[in-house]
Design a protein around this ligand. Structure first.
Ligand SMILES: [Zn+2]
Length: 440
């Protein structure tokens, strides 16, 4: 990944010619001619770090400094809207004993209590962000485990890390706790103030606890008081009784909530009867929720069987039905090399490749490439990310592949990264860098 396939002129004014752009990554299709997968041969003029012009290949007044991309696909730099960089890369010292969801919860809880000092999480966050940056990500939201006393350790570290990465990765964070913990109202109020103080997002895991509606009300009221967006982990289970997505949509409508709400997982929706699915999704659309699917983590944890039998469902939620209703849908990384997911490297192209296979983002490709670009940018409230348009920062990922089958059949580990019009070093850190943290 260290050798760019192109060199760029020092002047910073040049044209990338003979490249392929996807319709879903463009603000306006202009006069581009798209093939059946939605790709068009195009060229991009760049100067002073920004996109000046996007036009059909060979038809514009391409600059004398023209770089031939040989028909390769160019994506906007990635937006990864659901990650856990506070948990990442602890696998070597704390594996999941059986690959199950309860196994993950217990293992992470034990590791958090034993090891999550400020230094430990800061170094693992840095490692994760170096990976994400080297794969082409420019904006990322993480959840931060915020059960006592972790909130007072993790949030100040997050603020330091966000400042350090400013200009490279735009970082957001949402607090994470089981929603029943908010029964302790004094603790919850203090946490919400802490989150607001760090310009974070109010988040929780919405288990089907008896007081769920009341607790959601508590979170919505607090978010409106403090001007915070909301982010929930919902229904990450095959239990058809898990319907917290429906309850979140109800709460959003009940409160007339005007901020942004992102809901992750929603796995159990795929197990519910059609009538319930339809009623829930109509409500989700009306409430304006965004939904993010985490296909790699879901495939790993859902339908994991203790009796040495084979999994029989894919674990992902109903993104096609959601997109058909106009719901803003995204896919994202979720966990990396921790008990919730043994693998992963915050490579959003890998997420998209796996999503294509697991969720059938193909035949037709349609607008699915937006699920790692414009859609998460919208869910995160980012104006300058996810869309290629004149005036936007020239933040691009240039691949080798020229079509979807070429793009998704190889890891594309020699992709070229352009940020603000310049080539950046795309080297992932060595695993050895974290070895000293992995000793028991
Ligand atoms: Zn998650």
């Amino acid at each position: 990944m260290t050798q760019p396939s192109i060199t760029l002129p020092a002047s910073g004014a040049y044209s990338l010619v003979n490249l392929r752009l996807h319709r879903s990554h463009l603000e306006k299709p202009g006069s581009l001619v798209f093939d059946t997968e939605g790709f068009a041969l195009a060229e991009i003029d760049i100067s002073a770090g920004a996109i000046d012009r996007i036009g059909p290949s060979g038809q514009g007044a391409a600059r004398s400094q023209a770089i031939d991309c040989r028909g390769a696909i160019v994506f906007p730099a990635f937006v990864d809207c659901h990650t856990h960089i506070d948990k990442g890369h602890i696998w070597a010292r704390k594996p999941n004993p059986d690959g199950s969801f309860p196994g993950a919860l217990t293992a992470v809880g034990e590791d958090r209590q034993a090891n999550w000092s400020a230094e430990d999480i800061e170094r693992r966050m840095e490692f994760s962000l170096a990976c994400a940056y080297a794969h082409g990500t420019k904006a990322l939201r993480t959840h931060l485990d915020s059960v006592p006393p972790q909130e007072d350790i993790s949030w100040p570290v997050f603020e330091t890390v966000r400042d350090r990465w400013k200009g490279r990765i735009e970082l957001q964070a949402a607090c994470l706790f089981g929603i029943d913990q908010a029964l302790d109202e004094a603790w919850f109020n203090r946490l919400a103030d802490l989150v607001a103080g760090h310009r974070g997002i109010l988040g929780a895991v919405t288990y089907m606890v008896p007081d769920l509606d009341m607790l959601l009300d508590r979170m919505f009221v607090k978010a409106m008081d403090l001007g915070l967006d909301l982010d929930f982990h919902a229904d990450e289970t095959d239990d058809v009784g898990a319907i917290s997505l429906d309850r979140i949509a109800d709460a959003a409508l009940r409160h007339g909530f005007e901020g942004k709400i992102l809901v992750g997982h929603c796995c159990s929706l795929a197990r519910q009867p059609d009538a319930r699915v339809k009623a829930t999704l109509d409500k989700v659309a009306r409430a304006g929720l965004s939904v993010v699917s985490l296909p790699m983590c879901n495939m790993y944890l859902q339908d994991r069987r203790a009796d040495a039998t084979t999994p029989r469902w894919r674990g992902v939620t109903l993104l096609h039905e959601m997109a058909a209703r106009g719901i803003n849908v995204c896919v994202a990384s979720d966990n990396t090399r921790d008990p919730f997911y043994a693998y992963g490297d915050l490579d959003v192209l890998e997420v998209y490749r796996e999503a294509t296979r697991i969720l059938h983002f193909d035949h037709p490709v349609g607008e699915w490439p937006a699920t790692i670009a414009a859609n998460p940018a919208q869910a995160m409230g980012l104006a300058d990310a996810g869309t290629l348009k004149p005036g936007a920062s020239a933040d691009l990922v240039l691949f080798r592949g020229r079509s979807l089958t070429e793009l998704l059949s190889r890891p594309e580990s020699r992709r070229t990264l352009i940020r603000a019009g310049k080539l950046i070093d795309a080297t992932v850190p060595d695993y050895q860098d974290l070895d000293d943290l992995m000793e028991p």
